[in-house]
Write a protein that binds this ligand. Structure first.
Ligand code: COA
Length: 378
């Protein structure tokens, strides 16, 4: 029997139920995503990223005074210890910001007073610190890698505005802030995806939340996961003009290339986050008088659907939305990290609240009964 036909074996764990969660639900048939029962579109459109973080960590929506208090708590935790910036300064300038983030979260861990305390309340306190600092680290880490001084975070700003402020030194206008906030909300959580699963596996050994973040960041980096948003933008720029889009795509398909920002393990009828963000990305283009990327996107989306029945995922419109906002491409996956720290922490806490070591089994498919031959007789 070949390994791939072995009973109960599913390559890539496709379709395997690996746990129970009350954090989010993906409905593949309806292409919908809810966080603790609330549709993610409602949160993106009418709520805020901070409300979403509160919901993910505390299992319910905050009342007004609870939200105000949470915003203050998060705002007060945005500062980053100078030791983290010193560590980033040691990195070669060519370091990808995702690798910088792995270093930053590894170095940040021992600065947390609750670092090795895995009690529920300590983990919630750590989750707030981890989440609050993510935007500051992503923006200032990028600045340091480019020879610039870090900018002190502004505790009065939300995560989206603080990230943009630390990146450029200027507070964003309300529209830009809202777009960034909505994209963080859409990216905040997504069930047992690869990086969240890696994070759960890590903390299930009773390691700490920061180790979970480092695992999550390393896993998210790959282009089959979060790294797709950067690759999607490079592809759009390579295409350059809407008149090239069809020939570029047909040539790529003829060479069996994977088109970045398309396809999804869970959504075979489309990713609702992509529908939402695609509308937003096109609106930004119209406001800025740059419709090129939206037109390229339309052609790619049409042909991918006609030829392969494959829809774009959230990373595709996120890519050109961020580009139109003037954000450097290497920061697109780090922005995903900024948002997803909320989901990773919620999952780490859920895992530790009812822990069981995650240790699957595998099929041995190697040689049998091989005698040991002493090294000089081989
Ligand atoms: C996300 C992804 C890894 C999901 O993969 P999966 O569930 O393992 O599905 P597969 O890679 O097995 O794809 C199934 C089929 O669709 C095709 N396919 C899937 N995504 C494709 C893409 N982006 N471009 C071209 N073909 C694609 C595969 O080639 C395969 O075709 P085949 O059966 O003829 O070999 C995959 O769609 C992909 O690589 N997408 C591009 C990267 C990306 O955008 N990642 C972000 C995800 S949020």
């Amino acid at each position: 029997m070949s390994a791939t036909t072995y009973p109960n074996y599913s390559p890539g764990l496709e379709g395997v139920v690996a746990g129970v969660t009350s954090i989010s639900e993906i409905d593949s048939d309806r292409s919908s995503l809810v966080y603790r029962g609330i549709n993610v579109h409602e949160l993106a459109e009418h709520g805020s990223y901070e409300e979403t973080c509160y919901l993910l960590l505390n299992r319910r929506m905050p009342r007004r005074e609870e939200l105000d208090q949470f915003r203050m708590l998060v705002g007060d935790e945005r500062d980053v210890p100078s030791g983290v910036y010193e560590a980033i300064k040691q990195l070669p300038p060519s370091t990808h910001p995702m690798d910088m983030l792995k270093v930053a979260y590894a170095v940040l861990a021992p600065y947390d007073p609750d670092y090795e305390n895995n009690d529920h309340d300590a983990n919630v306190r750590k989750a707030i610190r981890i989440n609050a600092k993510a935007g500051t680290i992503a923006a200032n880490g990028y600045r340091i890698l480019h020879g610039l001084h870090p900018i002190a975070p502004d505790s009065s700003l939300g995560t989206a505005a603080n990230f943009l402020y630390c990146l450029s030194g200027e507070k964003p206008d309300p529209y830009t802030e809202k777009v960034m906030d909505a994209s963080l909300t859409l990216y905040a959580e997504h069930g047992y995806n690869a990086s969240t699963f890696a994070c759960r596996v890590t903390v299930a050994t009773l390691s700490d939340l920061y180790s979970g973040m480092v695992s999550g960041i390393g896993t998210l980096k790959g282009p089959l996961h979060g790294g797709a948003n950067e690759e999607a933008m490079r592809m759009i720029l390579e295409i350059g003009d809407p008149s090239n889009a069809e020939s570029w795509l047909r040539n790529a398909m003829a060479h069996k290339k994977k088109i970045m920002g398309f396809g999804h393990r869970e959504y075979k009828k489309g990713d609702s986050r992509a529908f939402y963000l695609s509308r937003v990305a096109k609106e930004i283009g119209i406001r800025k008088g740059i419709t090129t990327y939206g037109e390229i996107a339309d052609t790619l989306e049409r042909i991918m659907l006609e030829e392969k029945g494959i829809y774009p995922n959230v990373d595709f419109p996120a890519a050109y939305a961020y580009y139109l906002l003037g954000i450097p491409i290497e920061l697109y996956t780090p922005i995903f990290v900024v948002a997803r720290t909320a989901g990773w922490c919620a999952h780490a806490i859920e895992q530790l609240d009812n822990n069981r070591l995650i240790r699957p089994t595998c099929i041995y498919d190697g040689p049998a009964n091989v005698a040991y031959v002493p090294v000089d007789e081989r």
